[in-house]
Design a protein around this ligand. Structure first.
Ligand code: G3H
Ligand code: ZN
Length: 288
């Protein structure tokens, strides 16, 4: 079966993006997997430090691998927003397909040094075990919370990533994936999410020799997402909207059914996430 690297290459050639959706539980995982399978698209499951500590780091990896193996399906797992080398090493050792080292709040040189250390470790694993683990890094602060916000957090998105700096960062670190600040913000901003600077995405795609990732996919309008993908985005991260869909579905399930059986009231949450992810994948894969 093709690995994540192969699927990213195919996505870029087709000018579409692969959806990356975060999970905190197995119900959400099934909903995402079912939606991706219904549309025949590869999918990436993201687990941030908090999410994977809740599920269990090894267990998160095993769950995704079990779906991949049983259904012979391109579903991958990413150690999203990892803040130190130890976390990256653990995820790589446990079989994650990709790791995201988040040094976005460090000074440029510190971010470069930490990212390089992670890339070197992934390369070492490739040499010793033949396993490909992709490394992603972020440059430019876009906030930290996948939640519903009244306003944009202080400083988030204030300094968008300059294309020449992006090119230099990617060359210095050798990352496979790069997450810039291009108008994207983590979370849904109720007073209005900013727009994507599509021209900047295009310029970064021309200077940075790797795949581009759009974080903070929640709350961004469909046209902006389409423009970003056309300009060179290969992966779109969505978390807050998944969390909102899960919660709304769960509340519905609890309200409409007095059952105490989790597999009954949680089914509404699963359906709600499925519907959301189905629409997002259609958008990212450019289904008309
Ligand atoms: O890494 C996760 C994403 O960037 C999620 O952002 O919560 O705005 O969808 P979001
Ligand atoms: Zn993110």
């Amino acid at each position: 079966m093709c690995n994540l690297k192969d699927h990213l290459k195919k996505a870029r050639e087709a000018k579409i993006a692969i959806g990356h959706f975060n999970i905190s539980n197995v119900e959400t995982l099934w909903a995402i997997f079912d939606a991706a399978r219904a549309l025949g698209q590869p999918v990436i499951i993201g687990v941030s430090e908090g999410e994977r500590n809740f599920i269990g780091v090894r267990q998160a990896a095993s769950l995704v691998q079990s779906l991949r193996n049983e259904f012979d399906y391109p579903i991958f797992i990413n150690a999203d927003h990892t803040h130190d080398f130890e976390g990256v090493k653990k995820a790589i050792d446990l079989g994650f397909d990709s790791v995201m080292i988040d040094g976005s709040q460090l000074l440029f040189d510190e971010n470069v040094a930490l990212t390089k250390k992670c890339v070197a470790y992934a390369k070492d694993v490739k040499k010793k075990e033949g396993r490909t683990v992709l490394v992603e890094a972020e440059l430019g602060y876009i906030g930290t919370s996948s939640t519903v916000l009244d306003t944009i957090p202080d400083g988030a998105g204030a300094d968008m990533t300059p294309p020449d700096v992006a090119g230099r960062f990617v060359e210095m670190t050798g990352v496979d994936l790069f997450a810039p600040s291009v108008g994207n913000i983590h979370g849904i901003v109720t007073s209005g999410n900013p727009h994507i600077d599509v021209k900047r995405v295009k310029d970064i795609a021309e200077t940075a020799d790797c795949h581009l990732v759009l974080h903070g996919g929640s709350g961004i309008g469909d046209e902006d997402i389409r423009g970003g993908i056309r300009a060179g985005i290969s992966v779109v991260h969505v978390n807050t909207e998944v969390r909102v869909a899960f919660r709304e579905g769960l509340e519905k399930g609890l309200k409409e059914d007095a059952t105490v059986a989790p597999y009954k009231y949680m089914d509404k949450a699963r359906k709600s996430v499925y519907d959301l992810v189905y629409k997002k994948i259609q958008l990212f894969a450019n289904f008309s």
